[in-house]
Write a protein that binds this ligand. Structure first.
Ligand SMILES: C[S@@+](CC[C@H](N)C(=O)[O-])C[C@H]1O[C@@H](n2cnc3c(N)ncnc32)[C@H](O)[C@@H]1O
Length: 313
């Protein structure tokens, strides 16, 4: 069987009112070191591709178990942070603990936790030393002032001011147009149920010159014994595996994400793919996916940075 029996059982159980849909957590952002690593990787990856992110207003899709990645952004100088999730996973008290630990990591100018500690986290970097050059003279020191950190903590507890957490979020009017400098996500866009609509909303939130930075994991997330086995699974079985889970895999390959962004008028800055040739060959995919390119068929993950052009540029 192409899907793991336990994935199928979990999907079937989710139909039963006796079991309901259990939220097992999303598995990353309850660790401050993970959040610190992810945030700095987004900044350093962009810098290494010629783009200096100076994020004032941040929007994150799918923060998961804590708001830590966006809090890392705030602690290091961003002005505001809106976190939008399909499911309310994050606990504010746990996020506060992560926030305090993040402040310590930035004060220590700790190196970016790398592949030894987080082997599967994207994007990979050429080096993991603390990126001092990302802040002007005194910039980080100012961002880390006790008064500012207290304000972030108070706003996190109150859910207003610099921090807003909306979960579940409603696409229609959660944010106005052109409000964000940076819209980012980590291991989320492979899950969104309607990628066209979601990308379109995210593009609308960006101000001209604003940037999207997304890491996407195209693997089967353990649903199959093959990393790309989800592309070999027929619709009926896939529907049963999905069951009533709050979010699942949309099975969109890498270039389909890029195509949507292109149609929305965004311009590519950089894309780094994680290639894995150890999966099923394309001929084993079901017809809906067999037509994807060979490059997509071996792309297990990708980090993508896109920019909304300024008017007239
Ligand atoms: C694998 S978790 C990743 C969580 C976190 N970003 C991390 O790095 O650990 C996927 C997250 O995407 C969220 N998600 C799924 N569909 C979403 C949507 N349409 N809008 C916002 N978040 C969504 C899930 O609720 C979950 O928090």
């Amino acid at each position: 069987m192409i899907v793991r029996p336990r994935a199928l059982v979990a999907g079937l159980r989710s139909y039963s009112p006796l079991f309901g849909v259990r939220d097992r957590g999303t598995g990353g952002t309850d660790s401050a070191r993970y959040c610190y690593s992810v945030w700095l990787r987004h900044l350093v990856f962009a810098r290494d591709h010629g783009l200096r992110l100076r994020p004032g207003a941040l929007v994150e899709l799918g923060p998961g178990d804590s708001l830590g990645i966006g809090l890392a952004g705030l602690v290091s100088g961003a002005q505001s942070y809106v976190a939008l999730d399909a499911v309310r996973h994050a606990d504010i008290r746990a996020s506060r603990a992560v926030l305090r630990e993040l402040a310590g990591l930035f004060r220590a100018r700790a190196d970016i936790p790398g592949p030894d500690e987080f082997p599967d986290v994207q994007p990979g970097l050429a080096e993991y030393a603390f990126p001092h050059d990302l802040w002007g003279p005194g910039g980080l020191e100012e961002a880390l002032s006790p008064a500012r950190l207290e304000r972030i903590e108070a706003d996190l507890a109150a859910g207003r001011g610099m921090v807003r957490y909306v979960a579940p979020w409603d696409g229609a009017d959660v944010l106005g147009p052109g409000v964000a400098d940076l819209v980012f996500s980590q291991a989320v866009l492979e899950h969104v149920a309607d990628p066209e609509a979601t990308y379109s909303l995210m593009a609308g939130w960006l101000r001209p010159g604003g940037v999207m930075s997304h890491s996407v994991d195209f693997g089967s997330h353990g649903m199959s014994g093959h990393w790309n086995g989800h592309w070999a699974c027929g619709d009926l079985i896939w529907r049963l595996v999905r069951g009533r889970r709050g979010f699942f895999l949309n099975r969109l390959p890498c270039s389909a994400h890029a195509a949507i962004l292109g149609r929305l008028g965004l311009e590519p800055v950089a894309e780094a793919r994680v290639v894995d040739r150890g999966g099923l060959p394309r001929e084993r995919f079901v017809s809906a996916f067999r037509g994807m390119s060979e490059q997509d068929a071996v792309t297990r993950g990708a980090h993508m940075v896109w920019i909304r052009p300024k008017a007239g540029s």
